[in-house]
Design a protein around this ligand. Structure first.
Ligand SMILES: [Cu+2]
Length: 230
């Protein structure tokens, strides 16, 4: 079964308008533009916070169809010209055909990958259009490591310092959904997705000595702790 992302969870709507409005018979190879701009390798068109849920609105003002393709995420089509997507288009997609004079809206959650320096692409999937400029790029930002929404009373994390393993125990109503481990520079080293468990043993045998940052997720609740490995 398909569970579309509810549109009211979107943080932002981005509008991408495809042109040119008029095309001559000798213009089959472009320029083809998104928001009046050609692809520029030196420009990041969008910077997206990790875990953002976004609606992208694709407006095709040109006289030719464009199969729009995006990297990194799969999306759900919300509507074509304001009409809900037909049943054969309700699954997860990474390409959607946008016909002339059509507006397509889709929703996606940017939740799987992030990197502050390596961009993802979106583009028309017709090669002459893509090569003719109809492409752009976006960054999914590293998550910011911030303070405590859970308190130390909600978890025990011991022993700390450790030389072999750390036991993480949820004391009450905060089963563990995910654990992220960062080095002292804030770079993500590993992600462990867990099945809402109360106890987890993080083995540190293979770690170099030093300070690490552990981030524990329980639903929307997060706690960040420093751990020391000897
Ligand atoms: Cu195209």
């Amino acid at each position: 079964t398909v569970t579309p992302i509810p549109s009211n969870t979107s943080n932002i709507t981005r509008t991408l308008t495809f042109t040119p409005v008029t095309m001559g018979p000798d213009q089959l190879n472009g320029d083809f533009l998104i928001n009046n701009a050609s692809m520029d390798i030196n420009i990041i068109n969008y910077t997206i916070p990790f875990n953002n849920t976004e609606i992208w609105e694709l407006i095709n003002q040109s006289a030719i169809s464009h199969p729009f393709h995006i990297h990194d995420v799969q999306f759900y089509i919300l509507s074509r010209n304001g009409v809900a997507a037909p049943i054969n288009e309700q699954g997860r997609k990474d390409v959607v055909l946008v016909k002339p004079q059509e507006t397509v809206r889709f929703i996606a959650k940017f939740e799987d990958f992030y990197n502050d320096t390596l961009p993802y692409m979106y583009h028309c999937h017709l090669l002459p259009h893509e090569d003719g400029g109809m492409m752009g790029q976006f960054i999914v930002e590293n998550p910011v490591i911030t303070g405590y929404s859970l308190s130390d009373n909600d978890f025990t994390i011991h022993p700390n310092p450790t030389d072999g393993a750390i036991h993480i125990t949820s004391k009450k109503d905060f089963p563990i959904e995910k654990i992220e481990l960062f080095n002292a520079l804030g770079q993500l080293l590993q992600t462990n997705r867990l099945a809402y468990i109360q106890d987890y043993k993080l083995f540190t045998n293979n770690f170099q000595s030093g300070v690490f940052i552990i981030k524990i997720y329980s639903g929307k609740n997060i706690i960040t702790k420093n751990i020391i490995v000897h």
